[in-house]
Design a protein around this ligand. Structure first.
Ligand code: PLP
Length: 287
């Protein structure tokens, strides 16, 4: 069965799905997106992703294309038509179509909506997690509003490509103070020498990861020590463990930064436990 996309009101085969050449998302990256993990065909962390979608749109003064309730129905229908149980759902909402110009169109435009669904091989994902991944670091060169989840991802794409060319799975951006902000498509974490689980605070120029947020709840409920406090790449290498979080990576152990082993260079028990706990919670609360 071929993949089915939702494009501006219609479900169409990927090969037949088209967007307008003057869609502002295409020409100006004037669009935002969300990615939900799917467990058993259900949306993980649904509320958090909806809330961030609404916030991203409102920061850019793009209206919600439909109510949250209606959108949920469309998202579920997209999952159903693709017959995906374990996977990812991608939603993009843009300002719409207008003759090219930087300022917003004078006449309000209908927001563009595209949804795609892809399958994830959970067995392969677990094997990857059990081995751990390497990350590289790269100078922070993104704009100042990384809290808005826009499709303007060129620095992230370049960083990810650099990581790939160096045999790493992720690139961590490092700001002018020498502190890790986040990954190209994930939030960055360490478990420091004192056993404190640390990640960057959201006053910094980072995306407020939904997985990050849920994991903070898990840490709280487990009574684990955590702090929203930045760290340097050297601190990550000196840490006991490191990991990344995101709808795609879930909780993924990091074993090396710039080819320097983190701790003993092996996948850490706490990161793996947090992965299990996160997945359990995500499955139990998926809708
Ligand atoms: N940071 C960036 C730059 C991302 O692109 C992502 C996910 O795509 C994340 C963090 C993790 O966010 P979430 O947990 O909501 O998937």
């Amino acid at each position: 069965m071929g993949r089915i996309a939702y494009v501006n009101g219609q479900f169409v085969r990927h090969g037949e799905a088209v967007v307008h050449i003057e869609d502002r998302g295409y020409q100006l990256a004037d669009a935002v997106y969300e990615v939900w993990a799917l467990f058993g065909g259900k949306l993980a962390d649904a509320e958090g992703h909806f809330a961030r979608l609404e916030r991203s749109l409102s920061e850019l003064r793009i209206p919600m294309p439909m109510s949250r309730q209606a959108l949920t129905i469309v998202l579920r229908e997209a999952v159903r038509r693709n017959r995906v149980s374990e996977g990812l759902l991608y939603l993009q909402v843009g300002r719409g179509v207008a003759p090219r110009g930087h300022a917003f169109p004078d006449q309000p435009t209908a927001p563009s909506v595209v949804i795609t669904v892809s399958a994830v091989d959970r067995t392969a994902a677990e094997a990857k997690a059990a081995k751990g991944v390497k990350v590289i670091t790269t100078p922070e060169d993104r704009w100042g509003r990384c809290d808005i989840k826009t499709v303007g991802l060129l620095p992230n794409a370049l960083a990810k490509q650099a990581a790939k060319e160096q045999g790493a799975a992720e690139a961590w951006f490092v700001d002018e103070l020498g502190l890790v902000t986040e990954g190209a498509s994930s939030n960055a974490w360490i478990i420091d020498g004192d056993g404190v689980v640390r990640t960057r605070d959201t006053n910094a120029n980072i995306l407020r990861g939904v997985t990050r947020h849920t994991l903070l709840d898990v840490l709280h409920d487990e009574g684990l020590k955590f702090e929203e406090r930045p760290f340097t790449p050297d601190e990550a290498v000196a840490a006991k463990e490191a990991f990344i979080t995101g709808a795609g990576s879930l909780v993924l152990p990091v074993i090396a930064v710039n080819n320097r082993p983190v701790g003993d260079g092996k996948v850490g028990p706490v990161a793996m436990k947090l992965r299990r706990l996160y997945i359990e919670r995500a499955k139990a609360t998926a809708v």
